[in-house]
Write a protein that binds this ligand. Structure first.
Ligand code: 13P
Length: 249
């Protein structure tokens, strides 16, 4: 049985004060202890929020990292720096990074290897554009993203994959639960073809306009193990409802 995982991706939102207030609010709520909860937050908040999350079962995540341990890479943050703070998860290959910051399948692959080596659990994002889907190429694209991201990667047990169709991110347009489940099933099959039965342990999330009013339907699907959530993770009330999806969202 895979433990459901609901992760918030705050993107470039929240100052330290705003982030601390949001977590304070979240901590005052009753959250399902059988669901793994993660907040993936800006670098500037990591240290303060790590302290704030002490004594809770909410895990800490970053939104990116460099693959090298140190060196002349101005503006970058290394896995060792994340590890020092106690970061548990790191998002790798988010479509916004691929689109705006020249992230490629090759850099994604290097980052996945480095995260696993440093015992930081990667949340690998994949997903097609609207154009790809309209051309019926969505599976081809996603398969290629998975295969390239995982090339020569070993020990994938802690990997989480997030299927985030680009056309559903921040648009209010969710993939239907059937579309999401179908692709996630396909992703698991692709991972199975590379790693055999280990694929059963890998949690695969859906991401793209997940809200309290669609989480229940998504999580009821056979292959969907969780959600990677942008906008709705910025309000404690909504994030709580997503975590507590078993109560009806
Ligand atoms: P939204 O939930 O705001 O659509 O963002 C999804 C996302 O990109 C999570 O990583």
């Amino acid at each position: 049985m895979r433990t459901p995982i609901i992760a918030g991706n705050w993107k470039m939102n929240n100052t330290i004060k705003e982030g601390l207030d949001l977590i304070e609010d979240l901590k005052s709520k009753e959250l399902d202890s059988n669901v793994e909860k993660v907040v993936c937050i800006p670098f500037t908040l990591l240290k303060d929020l790590k302290d704030k999350l002490k004594g809770t079962d909410i895990k800490l995540g970053a939104q990116n990292m460099h693959w090298e341990d140190s060196g002349a890479y101005t503006g970058e943050v290394s896995p060792i720096m994340l590890k020092e703070i106690g970061v548990d998860y790191v998002i790798i290959g988010h479509s916004e990074r691929r689109q705006y910051f020249c992230e490629t399948d090759e850099t994604v692959n290097k980052k996945i290897k480095s995260a696993i080596k440093h015992d930081i659990k990667p949340i690998l994002c994949v997903g097609e554009s609207l154009e790809d889907r309209e051309k019926g190429k969505e599976k081809e694209i996603v398969k290629s993203q998975i295969e390239k991201a995982l090339e020569d990667v070993e020990n994938i047990e802690t990997l989480v994959v997030a299927y985030e169709p680009i056309w559903a991110i921040g648009t209010g347009k969710t993939a239907s639960s059937d579309q999401a489940n179908d692709m996630i099933h396909f992703i698991r099959k692709t991972i199975w073809s590379l790693y055999g039965d280990t694929s059963d342990q890998i949690r695969i999330q859906y991401g793209g306009s997940v809200k309290p009013d669609n989480i229940v339907e998504l999580m009821a699907k056979s292959d969907i193990d969780g959600a990677l959530v942008g906008g709705a993770s910025l309000k404690a009330e909504d994030f709580m409802d997503l975590i507590n999806f078993k109560n009806g969202g």
